[in-house]
Write a protein that binds this ligand. Structure first.
Ligand SMILES: NC(=O)c1ccc[n+]([C@@H]2O[C@H](COP(=O)([O-])OP(=O)(O)OC[C@H]3O[C@@H](n4cnc5c(N)ncnc54)[C@H](O)[C@@H]3O)[C@@H](O)[C@H]2O)c1
Length: 347
């Protein structure tokens, strides 16, 4: 195979990014698209010259001349579309979050194994140059044993379809989105954090979610998901990690703090890319780490490039595998369960 032929399932906002940036960068050919909304389907098809258009993704995956699909649907449809595509022998690049439940994510991983096809999850923070640099520093042993990590990101007012008008209403329906900020922004953050930690075996999680700001008014506008999450993960190796995420909060997002790793030899602020360690006198030394510049959005295309190259070279994916997506899904769903039950849950 010298070219990968792709079908895009879902013709909404992020699908445009796949068609415009990701697959062209990967030198793949987008030959088909599917969406139940014909206007959206035709808009995407016309803009990117996609000739084959379907209102049912089953017709798209049935085509013999398509090697792979990207699934750019709301989360509750990620599993059904992915399973149909894998069963039809297509490789799948699935948008985040991988699914709404752990059982769905497990079924996706199992189906990929059975079909011997690639399954990749679009957690694009992974291919930021800063994330890659942080990973190299951790692997060099410079931090020593990392016993704690934390990740925190806020939007001051960034609730989909409430404050951010360009996003679809399904983001605020738990049955379609799986959850609110935990599933949406928490997925990226946890994927990055657990990648940096090397996917240690999970023990338990504990979390609380909130929907407090303008609650009555936003509920009337269909906002029915969490807007703030705080959670902790216990790993079997004794390390812990902390997550804080907000799509609305009365705090300065610039002070949320980003991702930080605490080791016994040094600590790394993976946002400012600063390494903290003691000098010979035990005083704090702060070393700024150089990160190669990266064009905005380049991590988007890097995901598609990796997906397509793995197919062309018939080699395993190096990042964002289905198994890693499943690991993140266990945390997301565990945190959601913990918040509902008000107690720590095993994962
Ligand atoms: N990786 C990223 O940076 C990023 C950014 C934004 C969104 N996302 C994710 O991408 C996915 C899609 O988000 P979006 O903002 O593009 O949503 P969107 O609402 O703009 O697009 C979803 C499309 O799916 C279509 N659809 C719904 N039900 C369908 C069905 N049964 N069959 C076929 N088509 C159907 C809709 O008509 C719509 O066009 C979500 O999982 C979201 O979390 C990822």
């Amino acid at each position: 195979m010298d070219k990968v032929r792709v079908g895009i399932i879902g013709a909404g906002k992020i699908a445009r990014n796949h068609a415009k940036v990701g697959f062209p960068a990967a030198k793949a050919e987008v030959v088909a698209a599917a969406d139940i909304n014909e206007a959206a389907l035709n808009a995407l098809g016309d803009e990117f010259g996609i000739a084959q258009r379907y209102t049912d993704w089953k017709d798209l995956v049935a085509r013999d001349d398509i090697d792979a699909v990207s699934v750019a649907l709301p989360p509750f449809l990620h599993a059904p579309a992915t399973l149909d595509a894998l069963k039809a022998g297509k490789h799948v690049l699935c948008e985040k979050p991988m699914s709404c439940t752990v059982a769905e994510a497990e079924a996706m991983v199992q189906a990929a194994k059975e079909a011997d096809r690639k399954l990749m999850v679009y957690y694009r923070r992974r291919l930021l140059n800063a994330t890659q640099k942080a990973k190299a520093i951790i692997e060099s042993g410079a931090l020593g044993t990392v016993y704690f990590a934390r990740t925190a990101g806020y939007r001051f007012r960034g609730r989909p379809n409430i404050d951010m008008k360009n996003l679809s209403p399904w983001f605020n329906d738990p049955a379609k989105a799986g959850g609110g900020v935990l599933f949406d922004l928490g997925g990226y953050a946890l994927d990055q954090l657990c990648y940096l930690l090397g996917w240690p075996a999970l023990k338990s999680v504990c979390a609380q979610t909130y929907r407090e700001i303008d609650r009555e008014a936003t509920e009337k506008r269909g906002f029915n998901v969490d807007e703030f999450v705080v959670g902790m993960i216990r790993f079997r190796n004794g390390a812990t990690a902390w997550l804080e995420g907000a799509s609305a909060v009365n705090m300065d997002p610039r002070q949320a703090g980003g991702t930080k790793l605490f080791g016994d030899k040094a600590g790394l602020d993976a946002g400012s890319m600063t390494l903290y360690k003691p000098d010979a006198e035990g005083q704090m030394q702060a070393e700024t780490i150089d990160v190669p510049p990266q064009e905005q959005g380049a991590n988007h295309s890097a995901i598609c490039v990796e997906f397509v190259n793995a197919i062309l070279k018939d080699r395993p994916l190096t990042v964002c595998t289905g198994e890693e997506g499943l690991y993140v899904q266990r945390i997301l769903c565990g945190m959601q369960e913990s918040a509902e039950k008000g107690c720590e849950v095993e994962v």
